[in-house]
Design a protein around this ligand. Structure first.
Ligand code: 4AD
Ligand code: MG
Length: 463
């Protein structure tokens, strides 16, 4: 027997001919008079390959005619030009073996299932067209992200998942402990004695690799970290996950403008690569999920992003005459409805909003001279809102110490962070892009739970 070939590689061949072997799962099986059409998919691309089996095969009546949707098969035969519309090649079977059958209750029949239903069968949903396409685009986006930074001289720095610091200072962290929840060791005052825990101190799952990326940037100049991050916030929205993937570049000798430029070039480069290398999957999303998504991506890649300060954004929101659910007022954070109005209806392309009020942003952002705003930037895109959050960092020892106290962080506990401001401190900046938010934008999918293979949300952690 020959070695099996991926369906994607078969369909990319220049011409028919030769014996080929495929392995995969049946998307459909149609049994006609004296012939069976089996569509074999292996997840390597959107299309399957049609295997045509005839009664001359020894197991035709006993096995092949009983094959149905979801069965796993191993088939071999000649690759021939296909007379059917919409497919260049098919396999004229010389051998078809069932490797795994399906039960009568196999839930994925050839009809459309709602994404809500598919979430209830997370172990099977990757076999559907949409989830397969999402998985491939997710892979392609990760590859594009690494390529972008690699080509620009960034070093990939692996920051810890278990951490003792709270980067966003928001307290929305998952505790990591091996203490017995029923009988933890106690301090004389009656609190839990974390000194007796595994790491001899309180530890958590990271909400961001930024603080460690700053350590990297202040030695290696340009770094990025890319991995899972965790937020224990009880946000049940279509854009929040408790575990999501974030890519965070951090660059020494960079200011806010340079940071915004980097973010724009980055988002455009990743989307351009998806348009070029994931065209089949994006065409599927355009047709079945969100009409016009490809044209939107092309537009975004071509046109410059709009820039405006938070103060300007608030002025425009106030002038919009729109009845927002949350009122707009200088000093409060922008809500998703405000972000969407700005990018979707007002400027109709991505917007970089800069210089937010100090009160709504984290302690590490560079304080502007007026002491009212910080050098923050968020990139907002149509349909999704914020996909990037970043800033120029506060590299002045006195100011950052003051800002820590103001926001309730103990400077004593962040001695290493302050040390970086005492020894060889330089202006530096970075940002974080949520991979799932980017995928919502790129695919037109509506819910973050459907662009990550195994979503974690409040009340739900399957597998
Ligand atoms: O704006 P955030 O919270 O920024 C940071 O964490 C910074 N430390 C990043 C940095 O400067 N290095 O998060 C960054 C991005 C958001 O813009 C959003 O795309 C995504 O991460 N994000 C989430 N995605 C899914 N679910 C959540 N709960 C998310 N929270 C943030
Ligand atoms: Mg943010």
């Amino acid at each position: 027997m020959s070695a099996p070939v991926r369906v994607a590689d078969l369909l990319a061949r220049e011409s028919a001919g030769g014996s080929v072997r495929v392995q995969g799962w049946l998307k459909t099986a149609r049994h006609g008079k004296g012939v069976s059409f089996l569509e074999v998919s292996d997840g390597s691309c959107m299309a399957g390959i049609q295997v045509v089996a005839e009664p001359s095969l020894a197991n035709y009546e006993s096995e092949i005619r009983a094959l149905g949707t979801g069965c796993a098969v191993d088939a071999e035969g000649e690759l021939v030009a296909s007379p059917a519309a919409g497919q260049r090649f098919e396999v004229r079977a010389a051998r078809v073996a069932q490797v795994g059958g399906v039960g009568d209750d196999y839930p994925l029949q050839k009809k459309r299932h709602s994404f809500e239903f598919l979430r209830t069968i997370g172990h099977l949903r990757l076999r559907t067209n949409t989830m397969g396409a999402v998985a491939r685009v997710r892979h392609a986006a990760s590859r594009a992200i690494r390529r972008f930074f690699d080509e620009r001289g960034f070093l990939e720095l692996h920051t810890p998942i278990v951490t003792a610091s709270d980067c966003e200072g928001a307290g929305a962290m998952f505790r990591v402990t091996t203490l017995d929840p029923l009988a933890p060791p106690r301090t004389p005052e009656g609190g839990v004695d974390w000194a007796q825990d595994f790491f001899a101190r309180p530890t958590f799952l990271t909400v961001s690799g930024q603080l460690e990326a700053e350590i990297g940037a202040l030695a290696l100049s340009k770094v990025y970290t890319f991995g899972p991050t965790f937020r224990a916030e009880n946000s049940n929205t279509s854009r929040h996950l408790a575990e999501f993937w974030m890519v965070e570049p951090e660059v020494a000798f960079l200011d806010l403008d340079g940071d915004a430029e980097l973010a724009e070039a980055f988002v455009k480069s990743v989307l351009a690569e998806l348009l070029a290398r994931s065209a089949d999957d994006l065409a599927f999303f355009d047709e079945r999920v969100e009409k016009g998504v490809v044209a939107t991506l092309e537009h975004v890649v071509r046109e410059p992003f709009e820039r405006m300060t938070y103060t300007e954004a608030v002025a425009r929101l106030e002038k919009s005459g729109k009845a927002f659910e949350f009122p707009v007022a200088w000093g409060t954070d922008l809500q998703s409805e405000h972000e969407r109005w700005l990018t979707e209806e007002h400027v109709k392309r991505p917007v970089v909003v800069t210089n937010y009020p100090r009160g709504v942003k984290a302690f590490y952002m560079y304080l502007d001279d007026d002491e009212k705003t910080v050098r923050a930037m968020d990139v907002l895109v149509p349909r999704v809102g914020e996909i990037v959050g970043g800033s120029q960092r506060e590299h002045r020892l006195d100011v950052v110490t003051r800002r820590m106290r103001e926001t309730g962080l103990d400077p004593e506990a962040y001695g290493w962070y302050l040390d970086l401001r005492r020894h060889g401190s330089v202006p530096h900046a970075g940002f974080g892009l949520g991979l799932e938010r980017l995928l919502l934008f790129a695919t037109g999918m509506a819910n973050v739970r459907d662009v990550i293979p195994f979503p974690r949300t409040p009340g739900s952690a399957e597998f």
